[in-house]
Design a protein around this ligand. Structure first.
Ligand SMILES: [Cu+2]
Length: 332
C-alpha cells in the first residue's frame, strides 16, 4: 500500500513537471521580443523546479544534522531498493523535464536561427548587420514604401514636372508643387513635391528670375532641401549606422557579419546575441513585441574602441517604421 501511494505521488509530481514543460510560450506580455520571452519563461520554469528541490534537499540535510547530532557511531543504511528506485526515478523525471523544457526553447527559431528560414506564415524582414571598428552598420534591401512623406530630400537625376517657380536664389531655383519621377537607381517611382530647390543641371538659374510664378518642368536635375508627399519607392536600399530600426510585431531576420574582425551583436533587453565574424553569416530571428529604444553593445573585445562600440535598437509601429525607412532613403 505504502509503495503504491509513493508511486502515485511520484507520477503526479512528474506529470505536473511535464505539464509546465509542455505549456506553450504563453503570454508574451512584459517581454520586449519573442526571443526574450522564450528565454525568461524557461528560466522561470527551471526556477520553479529548482527552488523546491533545493529547499527539500537542504531541509533533509539540516534535519539529519540536528537529529543525529549526538550519535557517536554511524549506522549505515542497508540496501533499500525502494529508496534507490525512488531517487533514481525522481532524478530521471527532473532531468527529463529540464531536457524537454530546454529543447523546446533551443529548437525555437527565435532562439536558434539557422541559415534557412524556418518560420511559417509572416515572412521575416531581412536586415544585414555589419560590425566594424567601431560601429554597427545596418542595410535594408528591397525596401518598398507607398504614400510616404519626407523632408530635407535630396535627389539626383530626376524629372520635375508641373512645378511653380517661387524664387531664384544663389542656391538655385526654389520650387513648389509638381511631381518628381525617376531617380537614377530606379527606386523612386513617384513623389509629389511640396517645396524644394533645383540645384543642378538648370544652367544659369538667373534665367528663371523673370519666370517667377510660372509653371515649368525640368529633366535630369538635382533637387535639394525638398519636402515630398505621397512618395512611392520600391526596391530601395536604406543604410543606417549605429541605430537599428525594427517594426513592432513583425518577424525579423538579422544577417550578422563583420567587415574586419571579431565583434558580437548583443541586445540584452531583447534577448539577442550573435557573433559577428568576417566572411560568415550568423542569423538572429526575433519578433519585437514592445515599441521603445533598447541599447546595443559589442560583446566581443575588439580593440581600443570596443567600449564605445555602442548602438541602439528602436522598435517602431509598422507605420512609423515605414515612414522612417522612406525618410532615411530620401535623406541619404
Ligand atoms: Cu566590436
Amino acid at each position: 500500500m505504502m509503495n503504491r501511494k509513493r508511486v502515485g505521488a511520484l507520477a503526479l509530481f512528474g506529470a505536473a513537471l511535464l505539464l509546465t514543460a509542455v505549456e506553450p510560450a504563453a503570454a508574451q506580455s512584459g517581454y520586449a521580443s519573442t526571443t526574450e520571452g522564450a528565454i525568461w519563461e524557461l528560466n522561470s520554469n527551471l526556477i520553479y523546479v529548482a527552488v523546491p528541490i533545493t529547499v527539500l534537499v537542504e531541509g533533509i540535510l539540516i534535519y539529519t544534522v540536528w537529529k543525529f547530532r549526538n550519535s557517536d557511531k554511524a549506522r549505515p543504511t542497508q540496501e533499500n531498493r525502494r529508496l534507490e528506485i525512488t531517487w533514481t526515478v525522481a532524478t530521471a523525471v527532473i532531468l527529463l523535464f529540464v531536457g524537454v523544457a530546454s529543447y523546446q526553447v533551443l529548437a525555437s527559431p527565435y532562439v536558434t536561427a539557422s541559415s534557412e528560414n524556418t518560420l511559417e506564415g509572416d515572412q521575416p524582414r531581412e536586415i544585414e548587420v555589419y560590425g566594424q571598428k567601431y560601429n554597427w552598420d545596418f542595410v535594408y534591401r528591397n525596401v518598398s514604401v507607398d504614400n510616404a512623406s519626407a523632408t530635407d530630400v535630396s535627389l539626383a537625376n530626376v524629372s520635375v514636372e508641373g512645378t511653380t517657380v517661387e524664387n531664384v536664389t544663389s542656391d538655385g531655383v526654389i520650387l513648389s508643387g509638381g511631381s518628381i519621377s525617376s531617380a537614377t537607381d530606379g527606386a523612386l517611382d513617384s513623389a509629389s513635391l511640396v517645396n524644394g530647390t533645383v540645384t543642378a543641371g538648370v544652367g544659369n538659374a538667373s534665367q528663371y528670375e523673370d519666370r517667377i510664378g510660372e509653371q515649368v518642368s525640368f529633366a535630369d536635375v538635382s533637387v535639394g532641401g525638398a519636402a515630398v508627399e505621397r512618395a512611392s519607392i520600391s526596391g530601395a536600399t536604406v543604410q543606417n549606422t549605429n541605430k537599428l530600426v525594427l517594426p513592432n510585431e513583425r518577424n525579423i531576420r538579422l544577417n550578422v557579419t563583420s567587415r574586419d574582425w571579431l565583434h558580437a551583436f548583443h541586445a540584452p533587453d531583447l534577448g539577442l546575441k550573435q557573433d559577428a565574424l568576417p566572411g560568415e553569416s550568423n542569423y538572429i530571428v526575433t519578433k519585437p513585441t514592445s515599441t521603445g529604444e533598447y541599447p546595443l553593445y559589442c560583446a566581443e573585445y575588439c580593440g581600443v574602441g570596443h567600449s564605445g562600440m555602442l548602438g541602439s535598437i528602436e522598435v517602431k509601429s509598422q507605420s512609423n517604421y515605414e515612414s522612417w525607412l522612406a525618410q532615411a532613403w530620401f535623406s541619404a
